[in-house]
Design a protein around this ligand. Structure first.
Ligand SMILES: Cc1cc2nc3c(=O)[nH]c(=O)nc-3n(C[C@H](O)[C@H](O)[C@H](O)COP(=O)(O)OP(=O)(O)OC[C@H]3O[C@@H](n4cnc5c(N)ncnc54)[C@H](O)[C@@H]3O)c2cc1C
Length: 457
């Protein structure tokens, strides 16, 4: 019989949860951390960080393209996209070793795929490990394209870039990964086509914001809505795709970004009492615990948000529960997100459609950003703030921004929701004139006045 190595805590997946391994070790626990690929996981190696590094180049190119709005004649001679990918990948190539160097001595790192043998035993590289506490943090991976025989890319093939930079690319998908990548490729001068099955981009956003986004984004990127690929072939240099409208489309590269599936199909869950939902995501209770006491799941593998800051918040919660003896249910409050495209979007809380479905008493106001001279100076007319405010209490139910620096601007609302969720606090605060957040002030005043006028009528 194989020897079993006993630990206080086993963590399967060295993405966001690697921080928990360090904290537990510093608290004196004997920890096993199992990682089958690169420490740091998706975000720094092939997700948020490299994709946002790419966007820096896209934004620089975009500014040159939009110079005409300011009566500046400018054009781009050349963009060395191969160098752009090289620089981006250089940063990511150091992530794994940086993470490993931070691990304290009482973390044993197992480089291999972990798989459950029973509720509290995990096998890795033929060795058996057991612990009273186990955290499953195996993340998610891109949903594959329906053409396994063709060299179709997913986001994983960009970091590092598989092959050379294509002269044209087709991206399939309408979510944030598809639109961010389409924005990048198009802005750096690669002929880009975005194929979207639905009627608008970013369908999870508030409908009004998603509509503005679809219109503005389509001015920069070739977007084909209500379009899907019915058959595809590859001749060694070019993809030829038959589309649902009967037309044919060609490009050098084809990338699918049609969602992410949880890494739960290869970790031996069938040997445990751990349950998954219909999508394969791990089911948890209000303590992030699976059906098995002492076995937790965090991050993308549980599928609630699939965001790095959501996974980070869950790790923070588990630190309190497992290491500091806190005894409270998990409550993440309002979960914000951003879409780092041009236009940029940031959002928190309910969309108007969700407020309606829940039958809440609310007012919704949409305001442009022209109250701010800084916003006016951008010459952009589409930026908007949409606020959804609860009528009786002035509580912010949702806030949706589309415009430059939206992901920065929304932090004013996040802070307010966190401290004292009452929109009436905004006009009490002095805003710097004429900075961008004056646009939020204008929307807040409009919402407050609307609620007051309704309560008097
Ligand atoms: C292109 C792209 C852009 C993104 N941009 C953003 C963004 O701007 N903002 C944002 O908040 N989020 C973004 N995300 C999402 C973000 O990357 C994830 O939400 C986050 O990485 C989830 O962390 P995690 O620890 O749950 O999973 P991961 O980081 O995926 O870590 C899971 C780890 O488990 C390992 N693993 C899997 N199976 C096993 C096994 N059996 N044994 C051992 N190890 C295993 C994997 O190799 C991986 O290292 C983006 C994602 C992508 C793909």
């Amino acid at each position: 019989m194989s020897q079993i190595f006993h630990y206080d805590l086993i963590i399967i997946g060295g993405g966001r949860a690697s921080g928990l391994a360090i904290a537990a070790a510093k608290a004196g626990k004997k920890v096993a951390l199992i990682e089958k690929d690169l420490l740091g996981g998706t975000c720094p190696n092939r997700g948020c960080v490299p994709s946002k590094l790419l966007l820096g180049y896209a934004e620089a190119a975009q500014r040159v393209r939009e110079a005409g709005l300011h009566h500046i004649e400018a054009s781009i001679n050349e963009i060395d996209v191969a160098q752009v990918f090289k620089e981006t990948n250089e940063w990511s190539s150091q992530v794994d070793s940086r993470y490993e160097s931070r691990l304290p001595d009482n973390v044993t790192l197992y480089r291999g795929a972990g798989s459950f043998r029973d509720d509290h035993t995990v096998e890795v590289n033929g060795e058996l490990l057991s612990a009273g506490q186990i955290v499953i943090a195996t993340g998610a991976r891109p949903r594959p394209a329906p053409y396994p025989e063709l060299p179709v890319w997913t986001s994983e093939d960009l970091f590092p870039l598989k092959g050379s930079v294509p002269s044209s690319i087709t991206i399939v998908g309408g979510g944030f990964i598809a639109t961010e990548l389409a924005h990048f490729f198009s802005a750096v001068g690669i002929k880009t086509t975005l194929l979207v099955r639905g009627e608008r981009l970013l369908p999870g956003e508030d409908a009004e914001i998603s509509q503005i986004f679809t219109e503005e984004f389509s001015k920069k990127v070739s977007v084909r809505l209500k379009t899907s690929i019915v058959d595809a072939g590859y001749d060694g240099s070019q993809f030829t795709m038959g589309l649902n409208d009967g037309s044919t489309h060609q490009s050098e590269a084809l990338l699918y970004a049609i969602g992410r599936i949880p890494n739960t199909d290869h970790i031996g869950l069938e040997k445990t009492g751990i349950e998954t939902d219909q999508g394969g995501f791990i089911k948890r209770d209000s303590r992030l615990q699976t059906k098995i006491p002492g076995v937790y799941a965090i991050g993308d593998v549980a599928g609630k948000y699939q965001l790095q800051h959501a996974a980070g918040f869950e790790v923070h919660y588990l630190r309190q529960i497992l290491l500091k003896g806190h005894d409270e249910d998990f409550n993440e409050g309002a979960m914000p997100h951003a879409v780092f495209t041009n236009p940029e979007i940031a959002s928190v809380g309910l969309t108007e459609e969700e407020a309606q479905q829940q039958g809440l008493p609310y007012v919704a106001v949409t305001e442009d950003w022209l109250a701010s001279a800084r916003a006016m100076s951008t010459k952009l007319t589409y930026p908007r703030t949409k606020l959804i405010i609860r009528r009786e209490t002035f509580e912010i139910l949702g806030c949706h921004l589309i415009g430059p620096e939206a992901s920065t601007m929304i932090h004013q609302i996040l802070m307010l929701m966190h401290l004292k969720n009452d929109i009436r606090e905004i006009p009490k605060m002095i805003h710097i004139h004429p900075a961008l957040p004056e646009a939020l002030l204008a929307a807040a005043v409009k919402a407050i006045n609307q609620i007051k006028s309704q309560s008097f009528s």
